[in-house]
Design a protein around this ligand. Structure first.
Ligand SMILES: NC(=O)c1ccc[n+]([C@@H]2O[C@H](COP(=O)([O-])OP(=O)(O)OC[C@H]3O[C@@H](n4cnc5c(N)ncnc54)[C@H](O)[C@@H]3O)[C@@H](O)[C@H]2O)c1
Length: 349
């Protein structure tokens, strides 16, 4: 707790962590007390505007700061578990950027530490808060779309070679990024796929490197089968110049929904009136505080999840996305890579 009797918030890693900083500064139930990064210029960019915020270059030293209750872990993906576990052991709650870590076993270490310490752990998958997602989830779960038999998912993004070099040279490595276009960029959509389509049964995949000098992949292609009998195709790439869409298409026996990113392109359900996105949101709901997802200057639904994390600690409840939920996409991605390496279908237990 801070002197002002608010939850003390800290952010480690000031790349995407800057969005966590902005969100914590704006939320009235917490106070941003510290930031941590190895690079002093990134720390200065925060503290010059917010002189009351403490700057740390040593994460372990920050852990001894008693004003801090919650730490956002926005560090390279391959060290999430190490930093999350030591934060929990130091008595802090943590909100971890996607992916929770790059392997299922590392993510399980976080879950074990969460149970052992009794602290809260939240994980970022902000796209679940996009306006159209909750009505779509509701239409599937309530059966209005009928039996879902097909989903098609394609993340067609673009990254220059420079994205994988210099101070970002951890990108595209197996050790720190856990992969390429799928683990880093498309994981949001993998999470959405499993959230909408249900429990997977098997996956067959290929992967390749097409237009970058990296060790992992810049393209994956997979066919998933689900226990409910549905099939999904999933494509990910960082080679689609100049950075194209994220297509999500869901087909049920009673209707079809097609999205490009979070924008609704088609919503057709037998027996229901035609509707555009505004009608659909009015009729079926805008989700939890989804207006926050569109606040100017803030990216996607981050602010929703940061506020939810603070509320979860204050209300002594689970945050929106727990480790056992966050781990699901990592398990699917591990299986895609295993299938692509071996040329064999991977079956989920
Ligand atoms: N949710 C999203 O949309 C989203 C977007 C981008 C990145 N991310 C995730 O956020 C994480 C960070 O990605 P990024 O793009 O911000 O990376 P980045 O390389 O831009 O930033 C990481 C920062 O961590 C700092 N850092 C590294 N090791 C450190 C240490 N030991 N102690 C303190 N600081 C340290 C680096 O100096 C750097 O400033 C990744 O896990 C990534 O997958 C999520």
């Amino acid at each position: 707790m801070t002197k002002n009797n608010k939850l003390g918030y800290a952010v480690a890693g000031l790349g995407v962590g800057k969005i966590h900083v902005e969100s914590a500064l704006k939320y009235d139930k917490c106070e941003l007390v510290a930031v941590c990064d190895l690079l002093t210029e990134k720390l200065k960019a925060v503290t010059e505007k917010n002189p009351e915020v403490k700057a740390y270059t040593d994460f372990d030293e920050m852990l001894r700061d008693e004003e801090i209750d919650i730490i956002s872990i926005c560090l390279p993906s391959g060290i999430h578990a190490d930093f999350a576990v030591k934060s929990l052991e130091a008595g802090k709650h943590v909100l971890i950027e996607k992916p929770i870590d790059i392997t299922v076993s590392a993510a399980e270490r976080i879950e074990e530490a969460r149970i052992r310490t009794g602290k809260k752990v939240g994980c970022i998958y902000q796209n679940r808060n996009n306006a159209v997602m909750r009505p779509l989830k509701e239409a599937i779960d309530s059966g209005r779309l009928g039996r879902i038999f097909l989903g098609t998912f394609a993340v067609k993004w673009y990254r220059e070679q420079s994205y994988y070099e210099g101070k970002h040279s951890w990108h595209g490595t197996w050790a720190m990024d856990g992969g390429g276009s799928l683990m880093n960029q498309a994981i949001h959509t993998v999470d959405i796929m499993q959230w909408l389509m249900g429990e997977p049964e098997s996956v067959s995949s290929t992967m390749s490197v097409n237009n970058h000098n990296i060790e992992s992949e810049d393209l994956t292609a997979s066919v998933f089968r689900f226990r409910n009998g549905a099939t999904a195709t999933f494509l990910s790439t960082t080679c689609a110049y100049p950075g194209l869409s994220t297509d999500i298409q869901i087909y049920g026996t009673n209707g079809s929904v097609e999205l490009d990113a979070d924008v609704l392109k088609r919503w057709k359900i037998k027996g229901e009136d035609e509707c555009d996105e505004e009608d659909m949101l009015d009729r079926y709901g805008r989700g939890n505080r989804v207006a926050c997802a569109y606040e100017p200057g803030l990216k996607y639904g981050h602010i929703t999840q940061i506020e939810d994390m603070v509320d979860a600690v204050l209300e002594d409840r689970d945050p929106q996305i727990t480790p056992s939920e966050a781990i699901k996409a990592v398990r699917l991605i591990e299986a895609v890579y295993r299938s692509a390496r071996t040329g064999k279908t991977v079956f989920f237990e």
